[in-house]
Design a protein around this ligand. Structure first.
Ligand SMILES: *Cc1c(COP(=O)(O)O)cnc(C)c1O
Length: 387
């Protein structure tokens, strides 16, 4: 048996070894028109971060190097047992020509938690963020300077112990890659959701609150079926309880008897991914109008954000009573998207429609979040420069 030193080396951004792609080999950055056509995920940028962990040495000196294939043992633990966690975050171009990240320390903290859930080694979230800021700085020419556009950043960690035994992977590989992205949904056309009644995405005591690969692959057959039926994605339920819309957090806005608005989202019970957009929506809704006036919303409109159990029968009742102002889904990729209808157990729940636009609350939130992300509006410490 290998002996594990009591103090393997910590992840240390100051040890980074940067190898830049030869100038003549740099890729062509896609135009805004190409980005608008292709959604995201086609072209990775020129460089990536790569760092490995083994029980003897701990974390290796991190590398920033040309994007390229990995070499892995076929018996790597990740392939058999899904010891694999990831993040999704974006860099946005500011008016000053400096890219910035949106609340990136939240992504780093979630990444460490997700990795721990599949028993992968811990690393310093602060050091990883330093490396990501350095990478984004190197890739500045890839950060599109247009509203609603960004550089999508995908950190990943996988277990690489070469063993078919089901055991904790004592070694790991961590990398970060980037791809430019246009607006995820080309417009704000309302989403059509298909509520899955024969499968669940997550369950009590399961792993739904973590960004780990095993939560996503098994949803794809249902996603495919929903799309074949003309829907955009699934609404994931747990019995009657609403959990998430595809890989986005769910919100519904209700008019109260006193004229104020409730902004409701399912509470974090372990089956819900704790989205950073979700948390930001709740915070901005709570700040209106005392600390911030959201664009287009009157100062008389009080918002009451709350995390609570939401069920389909409740939603049906609220719709019948005419109390639903709007429903929407939120996540890093889309920011905020309106929900137009939900097919559920043979019923077709139609939500308030605003043509091809967002409702009043989601529009206000989307605009404010985009402005913060793109450096047009300063709010607390939510925007972190890469310079
Ligand atoms: C990533 C993700 C979200 C959104 O989280 P953000 O931090 O806002 O991007 C929501 N649901 C699921 C299942 C996710 O994987």
């Amino acid at each position: 048996m290998q002996s594990i030193p009591s103090e393997p080396t910590e992840l240390d951004a100051s040890r980074v070894i940067v190898t830049l792609t030869d100038r003549t080999e740099l890729k062509t950055v896609p135009s805004l028109a190409e980005l608008a056509r292709g959604r995201f995920s086609q072209a990775m940028t020129d460089h990536m971060i790569l760092v490995s962990y083994d029980p003897v040495h701990g974390w290796s000196a991190p590398e920033i190097k040309p994007y390229g294939p990995l070499s892995l043992m076929p018996a790597s633990a990740s392939f058999s047992y899904g010891t694999n966690a990831f993040e999704g975050m974006k860099a946005y171009m500011g008016p000053d020509g400096i890219p910035r990240l949106f609340r990136p320390e939240k992504n780093m903290a979630r990444f460490v938690r997700s990795a721990a859930r599949v028993a992968l080694p811990a690393f310093s979230p602060i050091e990883l963020l330093k490396l990501i800021r350095r990478l984004v700085t190197i890739e500045t020419r890839w950060v599109p300077a247009a509203k609603g556009h960004s550089l999508y950043i995908r950190p990943m960690i996988i277990g690489t112990q070469s063993s078919l035994n089901l055991s904790v992977s004592d070694s790991a590989l961590l990398w970060v890659m980037c791809t430019p992205s246009g607006p995820y949904f080309r417009n704000t056309r309302p989403l059509s959701l298909f509520a899955a009644t024969d499968a669940v995405r997550a369950w009590p005591g399961g792993t739904g609150e973590h960004k780990i690969a095993i939560n996503y692959g098994p949803t794809l057959t249902h996603h495919q079926n929903a799309q074949a039926e003309g829907h955009d994605m699934n609404l994931w339920l747990l019995g009657d309880k609403i959990t998430e819309a595809g890989i986005m957090n769910f919100f519904v806005v209700l008019r109260r008897d006193d004229g104020d608005l409730d902004v409701l989202t399912p509470l974090l019970d372990g089956t819900i991914l704790p989205g950073i957009t979700r948390e930001s929506v709740l915070a901005l809704a709570a700040a209106h109008p005392s600390r911030i006036v959201l664009p287009g919303l009157s100062e008389e409109t009080r918002l009451h954000p709350a995390e609570r159990v939401l069920t389909m029968p409740e939603l049906e009742t609220w719709l019948a009573e005419g109390r639903v102002v709007e429903a929407f889904a939120v996540g890093t990729a889309v920011v905020v998207s309106p929900i137009g209808r939900i097919a559920w157990g043979g019923k077709d729940l139609v939500l308030p429609q605003f043509g091809d636009a967002l409702g009043p609350v989601s529009k206000a939130l989307r605009e404010r979040i985009l402005d913060i992300q793109e450096g047009e509006f300063e709010w607390e410490d939510w925007s972190v420069l890469c310079a």
